[in-house]
Design a protein around this ligand. Structure first.
Ligand code: SF4
Ligand code: SF4
Length: 81
């Protein structure tokens, strides 16, 4: 999963781009729900939020480093919701 850092300027550009509805306005800054972020695996070849973020503040979350296989499995689970 990716994570939004303190550099976020709350521009709201990323939220509508997420195919998994993983991004929400949090308490101050936008946040990504790690259980919903597949790093766009299953939908796109690149993370869409990273592509649109004007301040480049969405790295991989060191607490949620996942393999391609794990991200694909998360994608499959989300389709069943
Ligand atoms: Fe959503 Fe993709 Fe960004 Fe994860 S990487 S938060 S799935 S847009
Ligand atoms: Fe924050 Fe970047 Fe999303 Fe804008 S696009 S709300 S700066 S994370």
């Amino acid at each position: 999963a990716l994570i939004i850092t303190d550099d976020c300027i709350n521009c709201d550009v990323c939220e509508p781009e997420c195919p998994n509805e993983a991004i929400t306005p949090g308490d101050g800054l936008y946040v990504i729900a790690p259980e919903r972020c597949t790093q766009c695996v299953g939908h796109y070849v690149e993370p869409q939020c990273q592509l649109v973020c004007p301040v480049d503040c969405i790295p991989v979350d060191p607490a949620h480093v996942e393999s391609e296989a794990q991200l694909k499995e998360k994608f499959r689970r989300l389709q069943l919701d």
